[in-house]
Design a protein around this ligand. Structure first.
Ligand SMILES: [Cu+2]
Length: 287
């Protein structure tokens, strides 16, 4: 198995309602021609076929565990069976399976949205988040083939309101993020895949607190997942649509490094940021 992008995130995130702060269950308003993928414990419901184009993919997590959509595009002639046969512990994906991203993890009961360029072909939709027993969800049945075929969809997708580059090892934003509905476009400038996992931090918590918590799981988690994108290949672009409430957040990349196999967060690919309340963005220039 490839290491999970969120290897250690498991059941402890489930009982967080008593935290008493916003659970961030964003449900961004639907746009035209969405592709809806439903996740349950432990299965995906995907459309029989999807038309190609720049498609809005909405993950609806109806389960009680954490799930994401991790898309792989298979080379011509390869099948899901080939992929399952090729996956080995702590081994990269085969070269004929390309990481195409998809909506990253919302809270159980929540949704997340990514805008994905889908070229015609055969894809695999999978969830590699580990369950309480440590077994990745893909091994519990969360893997499906998705056929992208037919006439391209020409519907316009939302234009980015913010852009960021993924590199070794950081998230470079062109400008600070504001509250409200944002369309954030990521571009992978590195020579290896990266993801952008977004979490909202509990009051007073710092980005690194989540990593510490993941190592011990003592007490309530200091952050909750609110989407993002799963792994994309070098040179690829992908956007998310997210409603940002004021608060403190962080981006994380948990993908394993092509060099040493450690998660990219261990290389410093973690970035905390604050979304100010509207109207509190700071003094005007020149004041
Ligand atoms: Cu899952």
């Amino acid at each position: 198995m490839p290491r999970s992008p969120i290897t250690l995130f498991t059941l402890a995130l489930i009982g967080m309602a008593p935290l008493g702060w916003s659970l961030g269950r964003e449900r961004t308003a639907p746009v035209a021609d969405e592709v809806v993928i439903k996740a349950a414990d432990f299965a995906f419901e995907v459309p029989a076929t999807v038309r190609p184009g720049r498609r809005v993919i909405r993950l609806v997590n109806g389960g009680s565990d954490l799930h994401h959509v991790f898309l792989l595009k298979l080379a011509a002639g390869k099948t899901m069976g080939d992929l399952l046969g090729a996956l080995k512990p702590n081994t990269p994906f085969p070269a004929w399976a390309k990481q195409i991203g998809g909506p990253n993890t919302p809270l159980p009961g929540g949704e997340s949205v990514a805008i994905v360029d889908l070229a015609p072909g055969t894809y695999v939709v999978m969830c590699v988040i580990p369950a309480a027993d440590g077994m990745p969800h893909i091994m519990k049945g969360m893997v499906k083939t998705l056929e992208v075929t037919g006439a391209p969809v020409e519907a316009a997708t939302p234009k980015p309101t913010a852009t960021a580059a993924l590199n070794n090892y950081g998230f470079d934003f062109a400008a600070p993020l504001a509250a409200g509905r944002q369309v954030i476009e990521f571009r992978n400038d590195a020579a290896q895949p990266h993801e952008a996992f977004l979490a909202r931090l509990a009051p007073g918590k710092r980005a690194a607190d989540l990593l510490t918590w993941l190592g011990k799981r003592d007490g309530p988690p200091p952050a909750i997942p609110v989407g993002g994108i799963t792994g994309i290949e070098p040179g690829a672009r992908q956007s998310i649509i997210v409603d940002l409430e004021p608060g403190t957040y962080a981006w994380y990349c948990f993908l394993p490094d092509v060099g040493d196999g450690r998660e990219h967060v261990a290389h410093g690919m973690i970035r905390e940021f604050t979304v100010p309340a509207k109207g509190l963005a700071g003094p005007p220039k020149g004041s």
